[in-house]
Design a protein. Structure first.
Length: 417
């Protein structure tokens, strides 16, 4: 096995079976829908035009390419539909390093050559091994053809490589049609924490952000959108069609969704609400009626509440069915038959209690809550004073209508920085 930089392969001479030079490598292609890392073909510049040399017709590769067939057998390169061209689509492009959790620029590409005897077949194989994001790749391309090959290699050997394995690279394809044809997704990116994805998203250009959000799973996209700067949030949602935007927004926490839609134009908000599921849009509409700087404007309507007569076993059953955020599970609230807040039980107490224990005997004192119109600064003071994780919000009749989580307070404080 040998390693060959893409920059050295581009322009390499292509020889026919008789050893005659018949052209030069103009492009190196992938067919991602078939194999994400195996080179599919070369586009070769010949006297009769650009032709496609299938890799199955490549016998060996060293400083040049040796074909097992003649140029008349190579199809004319009339287009590149369904192909990913390494020089055009990868060199100098921004890609996502899912291991380093950042956006990087590709200066060169390292290709791994398996000779016929090593690969076990009659032909050589060529695979992408890594992308070069360091100065080494940039210098190789800058000085290629200007400095003797041996002298250039001596210089490059003194520069430590900075590469990313190809398996850690997520491609960004902004053209929707090509993205579908090439089957480009962002499975690697989706495995990161939403906060890390948000940092990456904020480093991308607007059209690249849109491309990524079109392929992320709705749940991942929703969690990521909650972590993104509000200005970037608006830009992303406005760039998406209403149906896709609704699919993502309805998976967000209701309070976060309401905050986002409140920053959009009335027409755009209405378009998204119409596309959302009725129950999801109803929750958001109710929150939109409250001013953002109040407790009601900061709360989420997803919380755990059970009757006064509930036991630990009842509470666990309710938790199994709960689809809200993790932060909202930290406390279970007790309400009377009119929905009025009566008590709060920390999750930790459930773990230590017998399943038949009445929750009323586990309530935490004092019971801290706030009114819907409470100023957000007062809300922050309550969290700080009582070291709260969640804060229940009640209406004028003392009915529990929502909770504010510590995440909501952190978001609020960040927005003031």
């Amino acid at each position: 096995m040998t390693t060959l930089p893409l920059s050295e392969l581009l322009g390499a001479t292509v020889y026919d079976p008789a050893g005659a030079a018949r052209g030069r490598v103009r492009e190196v292609t992938l067919a991602p829908q078939e194999d994400r890392d195996r080179i599919a073909s070369f586009i070769v510049k010949t006297k009769t035009g650009n032709r496609v040399l299938p890799f199955s017709a490549v016998k060996t590769i060293d400083e040049s390419v040796h074909a097992s067939t003649n140029p008349p057998d190579w199809p004319l390169a009339n287009g590149s539909e369904g192909l990913f061209l390494l020089e055009r689509d990868l060199l100098d492009q921004q890609v996502i390093d899912v291991h380093g959790r950042k956006v990087v620029r590709v200066n060169d590409v390292e290709l791994k050559v398996d000779d016929p005897t090593e690969g076990g077949g009659p032909h050589a194989t060529l695979r992408i091994q890594a992308v070069d994001i360091g100065v080494r790749g940039a210098i190789r391309r800058l000085l290629r053809g200007l400095a003797p090959r041996a002298a250039l290699h001596l210089l490059l050997d003194r520069i430590p490589p900075r590469t990313i394995p190809w398996s850690f690279v997520d491609l960004i394809e902004t053209d929707a049609a090509r993205r579908v044809k090439l089957k480009i997704s962002h499975e690697g990116l989706a495995t990161l924490h939403p906060a890390d994805i948000a940092d990456i998203i904020e480093d991308l250009a607007p059209n690249e952000r849109e491309a990524v959000f079109r392929t992320l799973d709705e749940d991942v996209a929703a969690e990521t959108l909650e972590e993104v700067d509000p200005r970037v949030q608006r830009s992303i949602v406005e760039s998406l069609d209403s149906e896709r935007a609704a699919d993502i927004v309805q998976e967000m926490d209701p309070d976060a969704a309401a905050d986002l839609l409140a920053d959009l134009s009335d027409d755009r908000t209405e378009q998204i609400l119409v596309e959302m599921k009725p129950e999801a849009s109803q929750e958001v509409v109710e929150l939109l009626e409250h001013r953002e700087e109040t407790a009601a404007g900061r709360m989420t309507t997803e919380f755990l509440a059970v009757p006064l007569s509930a036991t630990v076993e009842n509470a666990i059953s309710v938790m199994r069915e709960f689809e809200g955020g993790v932060e909202s599970v930290s406390t279970i609230y007790l309400v009377d038959s009119y929905g009025r807040l009566v008590g709060a039980v920390p999750l930790a107490k459930l773990v230590l209690a017998d399943s038949s224990t009445l929750l009323m005997s586990l309530t935490q004192e004092p019971l801290i809550f706030t009114q819907t119109a409470t100023n957000e600064n007062k809300v922050a003071e309550l969290f700080d004073k009582y070291n709260l994780i969640t804060l229940p919000v009640v209406d004028k009749d003392n009915k529990l209508i929502g909770v504010i989580t510590s995440d909501d307070v952190i978001t609020m404080l960040r927005s003031k920085l």
